[in-house]
Design a protein around this ligand. Structure first.
Ligand code: GLY
Ligand code: MN
Ligand code: MN
Length: 455
């Protein structure tokens, strides 16, 4: 049964009220202007606002106290209808989200005493937050005092998703799955990364969603955040596509697949792909409430190290290799992260959400990029995204070559030159008894992917 938006929002603020007993004020933020006021960058409301307000309202504020919701937003100006058509009034919006009261923005200054907040990303709104709260509001990744207490309370709520959130997250996952299938199917018909990206993002746009981050669609998969799309596709290349969708109310998906441009993995590409897939499958099998996410990361590291030993690329004992971070030469990032209203959910708060209280990032090369270090709990959504990359900045680094001179068979590695980057990424919900892969409709076995690409 579908739960209404006002009911969901009421439950969220009541849960907040149980663990946080001061007034809370959350700003949505404003669109950033490009060159003149009406030409803006796409607006994205702050995720903490979205969680409690439900709608992507621009230049709006909510105040929460004792489980009640007050909305502050101005009515559309009379001449805005010329440019934007009829816009909903303050009272109409208030009814839609179940607000207990609604006021113009000018009223907010009378209601800010003792309130906690979370700094938004856009600097002009952030300045306004400090002015209206009449105190400095520190950046979201370094909150202080009551704002820190509020951030911790919000984290504890947003770590586990409610039914409404899960319904949105499933829709975002479904659309991204369709986008990836479209990318695979179009590859044989086009010549460039840009055209594959266009086919994938077209699916997202056609579903009235947006991309949840800048898509990565590249034959240079070793460039981890490659946001260029200008390479031509060549037979023999692998294409790595990391593309996710975001629903209108902000809920995200995050999927990566890697396929062969010509529809058939070479034997070297297949060998490495199978190792990454084995790590992916084992990590998902291990997901249960109570399991430490860092142990899942280390499991991936072991499976990748073992696979590379079997291929003769690494040499030595697997646990020694993992302890000395030799796997990270080829798998330099973490096994994944939280997913929710944001890809890398709540990372605006630094590591407050990703790291259990009292834990800090390790200095180790093989653990430093781990973004989540907590025991898993039901209704958490995480990504599982092992990979293998030949990053020149790592593999040609003189210190790395010296440190790992004895454990890498550099000559043998050259045979695998056609494997620049492989990642397999799915969105996995922690359930009471294990896990559910929200993106499982998208194939990840070599034969299934080859079939999709060849049409
Ligand atoms: N798409 C960003 C990530 O996978 O972390
Ligand atoms: Mn991810
Ligand atoms: Mn991704």
């Amino acid at each position: 049964m579908q739960i209404s938006l006002p009911t969901t929002l009421k439950q969220r603020r009541q849960r907040l009220d149980e663990i946080f007993d001061q007034p809370v004020i959350l700003w949505s933020g404003r669109a950033q202007v490009r060159n003149f006021p009406a030409n803006t960058y796409p607006f994205r409301a702050s995720s903490h606002f979205l969680y409690f307000a439900g709608l992507p309202l621009e230049n709006a504020v909510i105040r929460l106290e004792n489980g009640k919701l007050e909305l502050f937003i101005d009515n559309p100006s009379p001449d805005s209808a010329l440019w934007h058509g009829e816009m909903p009034t303050r009272d109409e919006i208030a009814a839609k989200i179940g607000a207990d009261a609604a006021y113009p923005l000018t009223e907010l200054s009378k209601r800010t005493a003792n309130a906690a907040t979370v700094a938004v990303q856009d600097s002009s709104t952030c300045l306004q937050q400090s002015q209206l709260c009449d105190r400095p509001v520190a950046p979201a990744n370094a909150p202080q005092g009551i704002d820190l207490a509020l951030a911790k309370a919000i984290v504890s709520l947003r770590l586990s998703h409610d039914a409404t959130a899960l319904s949105e997250l499933r829709q975002a996952a479904k659309v991204a799955v369709t986008a990836h299938k479209a990318g695979m199917k179009v590859t044989s018909k086009v010549k460039t990364e840009a055209a594959v990206r266009a086919a994938m993002e077209a699916v997202i746009l056609a579903n009235n969603m947006t991309c949840s981050y800048n898509s990565i669609v590249t034959v240079r998969g070793e460039i981890l955040h490659n946001n260029k799309y200008d390479n031509r596709l060549q037979s023999g290349d692998l294409i790595l596509a990391d593309v996710g969708a975001e629903t209108e109310s902000g809920w995200a998906s995050d999927i990566t697949r890697t396929w062969a441009v010509n529809g058939q993995f070479s034997s070297t590409q297949r060998d490495i792909y199978e190792i990454v897939l084995a790590a992916h499958d084992a990590c998902i099998d291990k997901i249960h409430p109570g399991v430490e996410y860092q142990d899942i990361h280390l499991l991936a590291a072991s499976i990748i190290a073992e696979g590379l030993v079997n291929l003769g690329i690494l040499q030595g004992n697997v646990s020694d290799l993992v302890e000395t971070d030799a796997h990270a030469l080829f798998f330099p990032h973490g096994i994944g992260h939280l997913l929710g209203l944001d890809v890398h959910d709540m990372e605006d708060l630094g590591d407050l959400a990703g790291y259990e209280e009292g834990r800090e990032r390790s200095e180790r090369f093989g653990l430093n990029y781990l973004r989540l270090n907590r025991p898993l709990r039901p209704n958490m959504l995480v990504t599982i995204e092992p990979g293998f990359y030949q990053v020149p900045g790592i593999l040609n680094n003189a210190q790395m070559r010296e440190k790992y001179a004895d454990v890498v068979n550099w000559e043998r590695l050259e045979i695998f030159a056609d494997v620049r980057g492989i990642r397999i990424e799915d969105d996995v919900l922690v359930t009471e008894s294990g896990s559910e892969v929200l993106t499982e409709e998208l194939p990840n076995r070599v034969d299934e992917i080859e079939e999709l690409v060849r049409g």
